[in-house]
Design a protein around this ligand. Sequence first.
Ligand code: HEM
Length: 358
Amino acid sequence: MNNKASASKTGLINKLDEMFPFDWEILREAGAEPVPHHLKKWWFCLGGTVLYLFIIQVITGIALTFYYVPFPEEAYQSIATITQEIRFGWFIRSLHRWASNFLIVALFLHMFRVYFTGAYRQPRQLNWLIGFMLLFITLSFGFTGYSLVFEQMSFWGATVATNLTEAVPFVGPTLAYFLRGGPVIGDNTLTRFFILHIGVLPTLAFIFIGLHILLIRLHGVTELHFEGETVPEEKRFFRFLPDHVINELMLGVLLLYILTILSLIFPAGLGTPADPNITPEHIKPEWYFYFNFRLLKLTSLNVSVVFTLFLCLGIFLWPFIEEFLQKKFKFPDVLSVMLGLVFILIFMLFTLWESFAL
Ligand code: HEM
């Protein structure tokens, strides 16, 4: 480059700097954050996989919104048009479907890894609470999104879910009325689910993901030590940028490959249109609600709702409950691990039971 050209480039950079006076050193420092070496293993950095899948959901979701019509008479037909007529519509819709399932699996796995490595303990209790809110938001994405399809199964699944909401003590009836946009599922319900799915939930998700990542940066990721493992001092950490980001991106490419193959072999289907006058013989929600569905079938509406509420509250507040138990009764770590394993076993058992039941 001759002197004249490089001078004009500096001039341009100065001009940009003047118009956007940002201290780029901050970004450079953030990128140099040391990452504990165990994060080279995929199961220890599943949070990044969740984030990656969330980004895929945002991109494919925005694409779908160009053609989706959130009114009961047209919703089903608009999904049929996306699937059958719009160029690559079936592919974008299938990616959105598959990635949503992968996202929820990755989220559960991320939560399990955080739990079993005790990474929710002091000083990271607040990040566990924020993470739990993200789980709630993600499941709400799944529920509202499935309802938008407006096929028989999703319509009746939404009916059962709003009935469950109604049984929540104290706030239930108001919450159910708000969700349905009236005393029963009607014309307003779909628009409400749509606004929740593409407006309210994404906004909440961005805020909570931002807080979650900010806290991870402030605390740093928990450094784990394994029995018999000896790591030389210089290998205890590696660089966030570019090393960790490149690892995550390679994983991302693999995931996109798997999602594409699945979308090609098992594209998102479409059931019969919703008919409020015909109750299907067997109603099934998405698989991640099978646990609650089985519980509902084994107990009663009120028992299942109250039990679920207590369970959620217990998981949400677990870092503080455990802390209290440890101070008062010397509750050993191994009991927390056992409790976690029992919960996962029951959750899987109920999920499998419901998936094989008619
Ligand atoms: C959209 C959902 C979520 C995203 C994008 C996300 C993202 C992340 C990322 C990138 C990390 C850094 C380490 C890693 O990759 O594992 C992390 C750590 C953490 N996450 Fe999440 N997470 C989400 C949901 C959750 C949930 C549901 C919980 C638990 C209820 C949770 C609790 C935590 C905690 C306590 C840490 C700190 C772990 C440590 O220091 O080792 N997160 N999260």
